[in-house]
Design a binder for this molecule. Structure first.
Ligand code: GAL
Length: 923
């Protein structure tokens, strides 16, 4: 019978949930090679759990695993839509079912001891048999379940564990998170001895009083157990009572001090790492150790491009270190509890963590929320059970700052019992849930993707709960823009306590030389690349969005103002002791002086001017750049211009004769050669390969761009005037079928070795749409593969995402300028470029000088090819390098989910000028 599949998500046969504990009681890790077969339905081959069943013909599969990542069935991606009919609690008859078997030995000396079988994650539902006897059913994919298997085990002999895992169960209705559907036993399976008189559960409460510096420690544990914290002088003291400790070092994300503790009975010792901290809502603010909490957070899913939901421990540690290096101080475990080991690492490395229940029913919204489990008493048991499992397992972690009831599950009668269940276990931690804007059951007001003006309005309101953006700055594709804008709001309004970027990682699945997304596995219903919306690529290499985030949230702020640079301590809990300020003075990008000073020991929030070095810097463009470092890591950077460059001379003097002007050859108004270097263009161009923020959202600007024909401009030379000192080409640039146009006047002047183009553009007609980009495109030979520039860098930057770009001299290659967004789109812009060179291996090539600056992109494919590509392997290098020299770009914004660029980052169709000098350089 498969009634358990439709029993409104209730697990069966489990023992009560308890804390994840590091115990010295014996245990066996059952990870490894298991026998596996995949059935098309839930009930095929009903006999496989018998101890004597012959599984010799089955395949082997690693456990933990997501079986579609190992060639069984296919991954499938939907965001909101359920991939099966909404017919709760029923699931389709076609229900991929993975039968798993594993033979294991149990030591003879386990005889007579109580043993639990523990599953950390089974997606979506596992029916468990030990030596042929059914012991129960898991429900709640990302939740821990334990079964008492004492009666079924054979110590001193071989035992058989058989687990039937169904992709779909009633619980699938509760797990409509925006991610791949990936069934499997994807977290550890262990056997654990529970010694008589042992410590089934322990709950450590370690509070910190910021006024007195005292810690208070109480450990709830079975009576008679003894507690030791040697560093604090506690040896074998009583549990279940308060111990007041004079002068403990508090735990904060910036100072994650942990004290090793142990709790012992005669039969078992549990090791704990205590962090003393108090989280409380005080006067409308969420505080940690008495200070306002400021979440510089990310939403983290568990994802691996080759393994699916299985993330190896070394990968997790490295990704948390990457977050720390980019000044992320908080994680929301969207939208389910993570592998328990994550929280150990967050305690150790220092993050505030919102642990979210494994609960989302977003797809019911498409049904007008009809039959939503949140408001249906038939689901109450399952929902309360999920909440309990969430809180019980992770309650000992200082990093856990709040519990979240779930994500996007609407409102209804079950929220109350869920919240009560959480508070009954842990009255000390605040509750979060974004789905109910009345905040009836929560301690913070949480919203996702509010635009900046709404955040300001909420911030300015006189009363209310602490305000948190559980999601904002949707990091899909190129972006997000607006990070600085949001940070300023969080710094302006105390009540706006920061938020969590959506999201940490692109969930692209590796397929040969590229990453796949929704629809690539033949899913009949899918949401395409909406699953590719992270700050890091699927292989966890940082995207420019993460670099930007790192600059925006760098704790040592070096702000340029009229008087020079001001250093500000943006840490919440620590002073600047140990921070070194390394400075350089550069002239035209070349370093002329450098040194270092200790930062003043400013407390949190304090600022102080930085004394500027007195350096003679000649006549070029001089910059002071200061980088703050702490223990080898960059914790801040800032720049101030000490001296502006004199305007560059525009080249002139030569007259136009026989299609030539100085070193330049023209044909039909186009430049075709420069001092022996073949090139084509430059021509006015407005198109960029739309970024995801141009394409998605309620009113995609890319639709308006296409409707306006900006991707198919035609050029008509109106006039060529070679009579004066300049060669002047007037062009009317317009898309077919409209009378909207841009009049472009290209005024060329030259001297012996360079030409200067002064482009003036005047829109005519109705231009309600902003422009994607505005500038010129030209093509140069592909051998010009080396790039050097003096301008913003080293990475990609756009008008509303340029906090990380410092003015300097940088070297790269055309290939190195590309950002491999999983779905190809506009990328790689280098901003405020004063001068650039594209050269071949001999050093010959093209130099471009700005008057004063231009935006630069260069790539081995055309913008049309970039626009047409759907995956990175569609981008095939051609014979040319396509160079764009732009006056400007439309901002990035975060409209794929959230607001468009701020008004000042719009590129409106207005008259503009772009002036550049081009020179062929010799080796
Ligand atoms: C939110 C949701 C996330 C994700 C995001 C869009 O509504 O909570 O899970 O779907 O939108 O990428």
């Amino acid at each position: 019978m498969s009634d358990y599949l439709t029993d409104f998500g209730r697990p069966k046969g489990t023992v009560p949930p308890r804390a994840a504990l590091h115990s010295d009681a014996p245990s066996i890790d059952l990870s490894g090679a298991w026998r596996f077969r995949l059935n098309p339905t839930a009930t095929a081959g009903d006999d496989f759990w018998a101890a004597g069943y012959d599984d010799a013909g089955w395949d082997t599969l690693p456990v933990p695993s997501s079986w579609p990542m190992h060639g069984y069935g296919q991954p499938a991606y939907t965001n909101i839509t359920y991939p099966f009919p909404i017919d709760p609690p029923h699931v389709p008859t076609e229900n991929p079912t993975g039968d798993h078997r594993r033979v294991f030995d149990v030591p003879a000396d386990w005889a007579g001891q109580r043993v639990l079988l523990r599953f950390e994650g089974v997606d979506s539902c596992g029916r468990v048999f030990v030596n042929g006897a059914e012991v129960g059913v898991t429900q709640g994919s990302r939740l821990t379940h334990e079964f008492d298997v004492t009666a079924h085990l054979r110590p001193g002999a071989a035992n058989v564990l058989a687990v039937r895992v169904h992709q779909w169960s009633a619980g699938s209705y509760l797990e409509d998170q925006d991610m791949w559907w990936l069934p499997g036993i994807f977290r550890a399976v262990t056997l654990r001895v529970r010694p008589a008189g042992g410590l089934d559960d322990v709950f450590a409460h370690a509070a910190f009083d910021h006024a007195t510096g005292q810690g208070t420690l109480r450990v709830d544990a079975p009576a008679g157990a003894l507690l030791s914290v040697p560093e604090l002088g506690l040896r074998d003291v009583a549990v279940n009572t308060d111990h007041v400790l004079e002068a403990v070092a508090p735990w904060t994300p910036e100072t994650p001090t942990l004290y090793a503790a142990s709790v012992s009975t005669e039969t078992e010792t549990v090791s704990l790492r205590l962090g003393f901290r108090t989280v409380a809502v005080v006067d409308g603010l969420l505080t940690g150790n008495g200070r306002r909490i400021f979440f510089r957070g990310v939403n983290r899913h568990e994802f691996h491009p080759d393994l699916g939901r299985v993330v190896p421990p070394d990968v997790v540690r490295a990704e948390l270190q990457l977050m720390k290096a980019h000044h992320v101080n908080a994680i929301r475990t969207s939208h389910y509890p993570p592998d328990a080991a994550l929280l150990d690492l967050c305690d150790e490395l220092g993050f505030w963590v919102i642990v979210e229940n494994d609960y989302e029913t977003h797809g019911f919204e498409q049904n007008g929320w009809r039959d939503n489990p949140t408001d249906d008493p038939r689901w109450t048991d399952a929902l309360v059970d999920r909440m309990r499992r969430t809180v019980e397992r992770d309650k000992n972690h200082p990093c856990v700052v709040m519990w979240s009831l779930g994500n996007e599950a609407g409102v209804g009668q079950n929220l109350g019992p869920m919240a009560e269940a959480a508070r009954a276990i842990d009255p000390d931690r605040p509750l979060h849930y974004e789905g109910d804007w009345s905040s009836t059951h929560t301690d913070v007001y949480s919203r996702m993707y509010p635009p900046p003006d709404e955040v300001a309005e909420i911030g300015a309101a006189e009363t209310g709960l602490p305000f948190v953006l559980c999601e904002y700055a949707h990091a899909m594709g190129n972006g997000p823009g607006l990070l600085t804008t949001y940070r300023e709001l969080f710094e302006t309004y105390p009540r706006c306590q920061g938020g969590f970027i959506w999201e940490w990682i692109d969930h692209g699945i590796r397929r040969g030389d590229h990453f796949a997304y929704g629809g690539d596995f033949g899913e009949p219903v899918h949401d395409g690349n909406f699953v590719i919306d992270g700050l890091v690529f699927p292989d966890r290499t940082p995207s420019p969005g993460l670099t930007e985030l790192g600059a925006v949230f760098a704790p040592v702020r070096l702000d340029a103002d009229a008087g020079g640079l001001t250093v500000r301590n943006g840490y919440d809990h620590r002073d600047l002791t140990g921070v070194t300020l390394e400075w350089t003075v550069s002239v035209d990008g070349d370093t002329v002086a450098s040194g270092q000073v200790e930062a003043p020991a400013l407390g949190p929030g304090e600022s102080h001017p930085v004394a500027l070095p007195h350096v003679t810097h000649g006549f070029g463009e001089a910059w002071l750049t200061v980088t703050a470092r702490l223990a080898g890591a960059t914790v801040g950077a800032g720049q101030v211009r000490l001296h502006e460059a004199a305007p560059r001379p525009r080249r002139s003097g030569r007259r136009f004769a026989r299609n030539a002007l100085g070193p330049a050859q023209f044909r039909d108004g186009d430049l075709v050669a420069l001092g022996g270097l073949a090139l084509r263009g430059p021509r006015l161009d407005l198109w960029r390969a739309p970024i995801d923020n141009d394409i998605f959202g309620p009113d995609p600007v890319a639709d308006r761009w296409r409707a306006a024909g900006l991707h198919r401009l035609t050029h008509r030379v109106v006039d060529v005037d070679a009579s004066a000192d300049a060669y002047v080409v007037t062009s009317r640039v317009a898309p077919a079928g409209t009378d909207r146009a841009l009049l472009a006047t290209y005024t060329w002047t030259a001297d012996d070795d360079a030409v200067t183009l002064a482009l003036h553009v005047e829109p005519t007609g109705d231009w309600a749409v902003p422009l994607p980009r505005a500038g010129v495109a030209l093509a140069v030979p592909g051998r010009l593969g080396a790039v050097e520039w003096f301008g913003g860098g080293p990475g990609e930057a756009y008008v509303d995402s340029s906090a990380a770009a410092l003015v300097g001299r940088y070297r790269s290659t055309v290939d190195g300028l590309q950002t491999p967004y999983v779905r190809p789109q506009e990328n790689g812009n280098r901003t405020r470029v004063r001068q650039a060179r594209l050269t071949d291996p001999t050093g010959a090539g093209l130099e471009i000088l700005g008057h004063p600056t231009f935006e630069l992109t260069a790539r081995r494919w055309s913008t049309a090819a970039l626009t047409a590509a759907t995956h990175t392997n569609d981008l095939v290098p051609g014979p040319d390098v396509h160079v764009h020299l732009d006056y400007g770009h439309h901002g990035l914004g975060t409209a794929a989910c959230g607001p468009p660029p701020a008004p000042e980052a719009w590129l409106r169709a207005e008259p503009f000028d772009l002036v550049v000098t081009l020179r062929a350089v010799k080796p």
